[in-house]
Design a protein. Structure first.
Length: 198
């Protein structure tokens, strides 16, 4: 069992996606039976991306959308992801699974959905990718965190988080947000603090 990332490629100009593809190649050539699971964005009570979009929506009057906002995202619920891993752990066949959820949203639709769920009117403004990245660098400096890396921006905006194929996670983000609207985005979830503090 190997957990990778959506749409890795040996030809990718993005080092993270290329590196994931290289690891997948090693898994395939190992001679062992394998399942490679490729998740997109995982949402749940401890996720970072969905929670922090909600946090920004709660705290800022304007939310910057990089580019046209039409690039897709297919988030999967953390418990659906865990169930998939458990089910596949005993599998003896070699296969690759796109771990995608029940809904496909554009990024702009995602932000609007989160804003509606938390009951916060927000004005969306479209920004060039580099300007949006600079704004997240500034917010990261203010929050002592890395909000999004340049490669995460590039992956998002080139539809790498919306692979094709059937959904393997039945839980819709819309339902989960409705059930958790009172707590999502109440606290900022720091990537740096999660990985580098005791």
């Amino acid at each position: 069992m190997h957990v990778s990332i959506a749409n890795p490629s040996l030809d990718s100009p993005l080092g993270y996606y290329r590196g994931k593809a290289q690891v997948e190649e090693l898994v395939r050539k190992s001679g062992l039976s394998y399942t490679i699971v490729r998740p997109t964005v995982i949402f749940g009570t401890e996720d970072i991306l969905i929670n922090n979009i909600a946090w920004f929506v709660r705290h800022l009057p304007v939310f910057g959308i990089p580019g046209d906002g039409r690039y897709g995202i297919r988030p999967i619920y953390v418990e659906d992801m865990a169930r998939l891993l458990v089910d596949e752990a005993a599998a003896q066949q070699n296969r690759v699974i796109n771990a995608v959820g029940a809904e496909t949203l554009t990024f702009e639709e995602l932000v609007r959905l989160i804003a509606r769920a938390v009951g916060r009117p927000v004005r969306l403004t479209h920004m060039p990718k580099f300007a949006a990245y600079l704004s997240t660098l500034f917010m990261g400096w203010r929050l002592n965190d890395v909000v999004l890396t340049w490669e995460e921006y590039a992956g998002l905006m080139t539809n790498l988080l919306a692979p094709e194929g059937p959904a393997v996670g039945p839980t819709p983000l819309t339902r989960w947000l409705a059930e958790n609207a009172d707590r999502v985005g109440r606290e900022y979830a720091s990537e740096v603090a999660r990985h580098y503090t005791q």
